[in-house]
Design a protein around this ligand. Structure first.
Ligand code: T1G
Length: 707
């Protein structure tokens, strides 16, 4: 789904040729990321032909303009007929060039872009460059020789690690493993490339094409592939392309180059035809599409965020503070008790030190980030904050009191945000004299890890406050999704319905582990109950107690989860919840004590347990989510289906190879879903099964509900 920025006028010819001295320079200029679309492929062939025909050019140099070397094939072309020349044809011409071709890499050389560089005779990278083959993240594999050339440069084992992870390596690491021939200081890629070309011409001769090299693959142990397949069966049983990657790299070390390339093509096309490719590419674009909020004009002025305050040094507040410190933004972390502050900052330090132990932070970076977080007992320290995020106890009374104080304390124009997960943002805003500066920033636990940020627009939130926070989301590495105000907003409102059905299924006869198995078989990383144990049963229990105390007619009678909470079984944090956990382990173990609590709950409710099929579990858990999502669209709480897809992909682990809740619903079959929703409404009843009018209409019209 190309966005407006991508439909801008395309340069007439995105690839130019010009000679400098004895070097023919081929320059790709196709903003924003020099994606290798048809125009670039044709231009590369034309540029190569011009260089080969140029008698004055003794060597050729391939560089890119803009911020990066080619960042891969143009994903927007996938699923459409590929106009010649194909990328494999382009790299084959480079490989066969009678003149040496040098690639000068800057920015991120990814996918097909790196494959073009692999087909060159020499690769030079600027120090800040990153190089990778991320195709696996799109349900694919490198389809232009990457599975055949990379092993010939770095060996099969390292090639498998790079291609299966899809993660880029730094220029220094690329040099160390043999992926590039030299690393240059961050001058221009042209200057670095010309220097390399001059050196090459001075040495004379032409480096052996990568396709002809065998030293790094000779003697590869076949057990490498067997072991990798066993690892994938355990770690990624659902995914299609990883095993094809192993097959392709194995072909690189067992077949001659030409046959290996043909094998790669077969495997690439199999991945291209897989529904997982469609799902993963939808997920890729969804993450970017949601950053463009309908009705919020592009270029809406935003406010500078130079200093942030966080109210509440608990688990959420600490994680939120880390998000800003990670982005280099100073944070004042405020709590009412020194002991809470000490506990909170100690937890933050523990988190950073754990990351450092994994080699992802240096000790200096830990201190630098800790130095950006200033604990304080006084709201007075928030006077010059540009944004304050409240992460206090989930009580309307507590929040309104805090916002009244913030309104009196913070400077005019400061944005006041609440991290509430369910409460009415408009009611909180009404406690201030600046409702236009108030909105929700709903982080997901653990806030320093989960990428989703629901940006909850209040009725009076101004455009520039919304635009500011949406831009800030990207700056702190979050996927910001704008949503409206309702109980639970979008993500938790849908989760609440899945939870209600999960509980009902267990009351009727299913076991928690059966419900969880059906959901993990579908592709969720955790089942509903193991996720409840991770988040803490006490969190929901306290919210339900609050609603019961407030006399909320919707509040349910205590359930078997509440009984567990009353017994102090909060989940992983107490080594016992719905499941029990061995010390230091997160592996859920069914517990007969819980089965007894459930049986007692059924007796109390007068329910005779029955056999519940896995299919019923799957339908009731997933279809109730689709029905709720359709209602959310009807009510305008989410502006587009892609917003709901992104929320569940990045906040709840919806399997990305299924593309997102509504993308999946269209492929499951809306007619089937609508019929089941109507049947459950008849047989079970309840507001959750009231069929969405939008769902019924789209099913009746044979129209999709997603995008
Ligand atoms: N094709 C088309 N558009 C792309 C694109 C691509 N490969 N990569 C990015 N864009 C668009 C993106 O949608 C956004 O558009 C804009 O560029 C800026 O991107 C044969 C088959 C390069 C690290 O998987 O990882 O090669 O929203 O917001 O944060 O073997 O983009 O502005 O209109 O992400 O600075 C393999 C995917 C393809 C790389 C830059 N390549 N891209 O991140 O900017 S498959 C990839 C990225 C392949 C071959 C196979 C990132 C980035 P808009 P952005 P960014």
């Amino acid at each position: 789904m190309p966005s407006p920025a991508q439909t801008e006028a395309v340069p007439s010819n995105p690839v130019q040729y010009a000679r400098q001295g004895r070097v023919g320079v081929i320059t790709v200029d196709y903003p924003p990321v020099n994606a290798v679309g048809h125009g670039v492929r044709s231009g590369l062939v034309a540029g190569l032909e011009a260089g080969l025909a140029d008698a004055e050019a003794a060597a050729l140099l391939l560089v890119c303009a803009g911020r990066t070397f080619m960042a891969g094939a143009d994903i927007r072309e996938f699923g459409k007929p590929s106009a010649p020349p194909t990328l494999p044809e382009v790299v084959a011409r480079l490989d066969a060039s009678a003149k040496p071709v040098i690639a000068a890499i800057h920015g991120t050389a990814l996918g097909g872009g790196l494959e073009v560089a692999l087909a060159c005779h020499l690769r030079i990278a600027l120090k800040s460059a990153k190089l990778g083959l991320p195709e696996v993240k799109l349900g694919l594999l490198p389809g232009a020789g990457g599975t055949q050339r990379l092993p010939r440069l770095v060996g099969a084992a390292k090639a498998l690690d790079m291609i299966l992870s899809g993660d880029p390596v730094s220029a220094e690491e690329a040099l160390a493993i043999g992926l590039v021939d030299a690393v240059e200081d961050d001058v221009s890629p042209l200057a670095a490339g010309l220097r390399a070309a001059d050196r090459l011409l001075a040495e004379g001769g032409i480096p052996q094409p990568v396709s002809a090299r065998t030293d790094r693959i000779a003697g590869t142990d076949p057990a490498l592939f067997t072991a990798k397949r066993a690892e994938l069966a355990k770690r990624q049983p659902h995914l299609f392309s990883p095993n094809r990657i192993v097959d392709a790299v194995e072909a690189a070390v067992t077949l001659p180059f030409a046959e290996g390339t043909s094998r790669e093509r077969e495997l690439f096309l199999a991945c291209m035809d897989s529904p997982q490719r469609a799902g993963l590419i939808h997920s890729f674009f969804a993450e970017r599409e949601v950053a463009k909020v309908p009705g919020l004009p592009a270029g809406t002025p935003t406010r500078a965020i130079r200093k942030v305050g966080v109210i509440g040094a608990g688990t959420m507040g600490g994680g939120i503070a880390m998000c800003f410190a990670n982005a280099g933004i100073p944070v004042v972390l405020v709590d009412s008790a020194q002991e809470a502050l000490d506990r909170g900052t100690a937890a933050i330090r523990r988190n950073y030190e754990a990351t450092a132990r994994k080699g992802r932070l240096t000790a200096a970076q830990v201190e630098e980030r800790m130095g950006l977080i200033h604990p304080s007992l006084s709201y007075g320290d928030l006077g010059d904050a540009d944004l304050v995020v409240e992460a206090a106890f989930e009580s309307m009374e507590v929040k309104r009191t805090i916002f009244r104080t913030l309104d009196e304390t913070c400077k005019p124009g400061a944005i006041l945000a609440t991290n509430t997960s369910t409460l009415d943002v408009d009611a909180i805003a009404a406690a201030t004299g600046r409702p236009q500066d108030v909105l929700g920033m709903h982080f997901f636990s653990p806030a320093n890890v989960m990428r989703l940020l629901e940006v909850v627009r209040g009725a009076r939130t101004s455009d520039n406050v919304l635009a500011t926070v949406m831009g800030l989301a990207r700056r702190i590495g979050k996927v910001g999704v704008a949503v409206g105000v309702c109980y639970g907003f979008v993500g938790n409102r849908i989760l609440h319905q899945r939870g209600r059905e999960s509980m009902a299924l267990v009351e009727e006869g299913a076991s928690p582990e059966q419900v969880d198995r059906v959901l993990t078989d579908f592709g969720f990383p955790l089942g509903h109950f193991s996720m409840t144990d991770l988040a803490g049963i006490d969190v929901g229990w306290r919210i339900r107690e609050e609603r019961r105390k407030a006399g909320d007619p919707e509040a349910q009678a205590p359930n078997w989860l509440d009984v567990l909470a009353e017994r102090g079984r909060y989940g992983q944090k107490t080594s016992a919840g719905v499941y029990r956990y061995e010390p230091g382990s997160r592996t859920p173990i069914p517990d007969p004590e819980v089965a007894a609590v459930i049986e007692e709950d059924r007796r109390r409710r007068g329910i005779a347990p029955r056999i519940v099929s896995d299919e019923e579990v799957r339908e009731r858990c997933l279809y109730v989510m689709v029905n709720e999502a359709a209602k959310i669209l009807e009510e305008g709480i989410a502006a587009r289906p892609v917003d709901i897809d992104a929320i569940w992909l990045h906040g709840y682990g919806f399997p990305s190879w299924r593309g997102g809740l509504l993308f999946w619903a269209d492929r499951e079959g809306l007619g089937k879903i609508a019929a089941s929703v109507q049947r459950y409404h008849r047989d079970i009843g309840g507001p959750q099964w009231r069929p969405s009018a939008l769902l019924l209409q789209r099913a009746a019209d044979g129209q999709p509900i997603g995008c």
